[in-house]
Design a protein around this ligand. Sequence first.
Ligand code: CO
Length: 179
Amino acid sequence: MTAPLDFSLTLYPEPILRHIAKPVAAFDADLHAIVAAMYERMRKSKGVGLAAPQVGLDQRILVLNSTGEPEDDLTLVNPEIVARSGDPTLFDEGCLSFPGIYAEIRRPDRCTVRAFDIEGRPIQAEYSGFVSRIVQHEYDHLEGVLLVDRMSPTDKLRNRAALEELVARYKRAAPAKTR
Ligand code: CO
């Protein structure tokens, strides 16, 4: 890849968001270019986390940053959540693939993750609080699980018009794909 990548966001209900993403096989220059472009897209979109399927890539890559400080960038390649623990907490989550939609989602406070960094070095870490929240949300994307699946019926009802609008927009943009 020579020119820098410029990713746009994949919005609900694009089918790729429902795929189980595939493990990254090579920790090469292409991966570096993809990760750099994912951070670029996350920052431009004012997100705190992004999963590769959200930029149309069927790969197990997450980038996140809970503070906005460059030193807090966290790249997780081929992550596995090996344990979840701590009190279940409620938090108002958004998602770059669901613009304007928020819902209170219950998740355990802590998670233990095994993954690789961008160079292919193994990572094992326990996260809590906001970082754990982001990791669990982004990890869901790699399994094809979306905000809409975890919403309470009340939140689904409250967001119904916005969800229907996203579906309508998708059908207008890609009529052939929906048939
Ligand atoms: Co999301």
